[in-house]
Design a protein around this ligand. Sequence first.
Ligand code: GAP
Length: 553
Amino acid sequence: MAEKNNVMEKITSLCKRRGFIYPASEIYGGFANTFDYGPMGSQLKKNVKDEWWRHFVTEREDIVGLDSAIIQNPRAWEASGHLSSFTDPMVECKSCHGRFRIDKIIEEASGMSLEENFRNYMSGWWSDLRARTEESANDHDETAHKLFAEAEKSKEELISEGVKEKQFEKEYEEYVKNHQIQYEYKGFDTLSAELSEFSRIAKEGVPAYMTYLVAHDSLICTKCKNRTFTFPRDFNLMFKTYVGPMEESSSVAYLRPETAQGIFLNFKNVIQSTRVKVPFGIAQIGKAFRNEITPGNFTFRTLEFEQGEIEFFVENNDHESKNWYKIWLDEWESFFLGLGLKKKNLTRREHSKKELSHYSSGTADLEYNFPFGVSELAGVAQRTDFDLTQHELKSGQDLKYFDEATGKKYLPFVVEPTMGIDRAVLAFIVDAYDESDGNDGRQAGEVTLRLHPRLAPTKVAVFPLVKKEGLPDIAKDIITTLRKAGISTFYDESASVGRRYRRQDEVGTPWCITVDFDTLNDQMVTLRDRDTMAQERVLISDVAGLIQEKLNS
Ligand code: GAP
């Protein structure tokens, strides 16, 4: 893991140094879980989004696009369940005032999931309680025996003398007090209090358990190692704002936590304006906002991020929903693989029932093997007709789809493939990062970012061998031709050609062109491939066509 963390540090540093990703507001000391994309990063991100849109919208007949508002009528979030259910339990450290998701603190400290930790703790507690109850009962019997032997009376004798059970207890108490003997019932009191606490927590489950851990100072602050926290409280992840000049409850609005709802809100508009037929999808790429309180592993978890989501509407039955769920899992995976992500780094994980979001009847994550651990990159969920039903109910509008072929009117089921664009960008960078071991013609430690050519921010770098003899002018003419053909280029005339190659390898440029003295005679240039490092001579007039061909292959 130390080595893997080290890779993450190197990637973060490369991203900053070469203009991919910067910490946001850096001159003011940064801003938690927020990043800016530099010249290279913004182009890379745009390329990911363009590929997504081309793949899922432009090239498909059954999906249409949408670009909905970030701030919608707050009633939408009431209907979608985000106001009541989109929450994380959070605690605040009383010493450093750091705020944490309590489940994350528990998980980090124990190396187990919260649920596992809970079950483990409860079963340990239960066996301990049983053992101590038995022990205490034995002790008590012994003490009682001793006491009555001293008093030369047994419990039965006392009762037969007319001492009622209740009185017996009282007498016994008196006796113990008089004899200044430790009152063994006390042990039972503690045990019975513990037992009732155990039963309460077992019944109320994980939330009560979290509170119990805080009450018993059993958690440790990951920042300052202090042990006292505020009690956990549910914390809604939506960013709240106010529309208009008055900050009052009637003007509260929310920044969307997922792009999906904008799609549901426009379902009726889209079917009326485009005459799409089930099964069909509505696709959208856009910003989503979550007031995340867990530190985020670079851009993995941020306050604002982009999502690429499709709500795919199918006939309203489980069979169709499950069928499309499988299809979309394959489609989603092949998007990443088609853009070069290594298959060995991608896994699928079905959610357990407990994990499912409030709207889902089945979800699977596509997980990526990030240097900080295998984590969610994208997902596919079966949302059934949950959202459309809720919006129909709250808005009072008829949102049903009318199937002309069958005459049936219904709310379609929804299969939702979703991905984080920023997470996709991070996965593509991590996957492409390659440090030479010195056996591939490069020097040990030299970095090549083996991005898929369609994702690479710069497609072609053009170098004049020297800054004289008209070579820069030829290089600049090539740049102009390539730019006109829509191919992103970079001109570099400083340092040795070898050095210039290395600079481009580090930012993932797939091809470099060198204009040399021979070019003056044969109108040919050297085209060098980033991955194979092979070089070929090509006519200047063929360059743009050749690059286009390579990009489309
Ligand atoms: N509409 C369904 C939905 O929003 P989600 O699993 O909460 O589902 C979808 O989010 C995707 O958005 C995730 O797979 C992840 O890639 C990305 N994502 C979620 N929260 C994120 C965050 N705080 N920062 C970056 N990406 C995030």
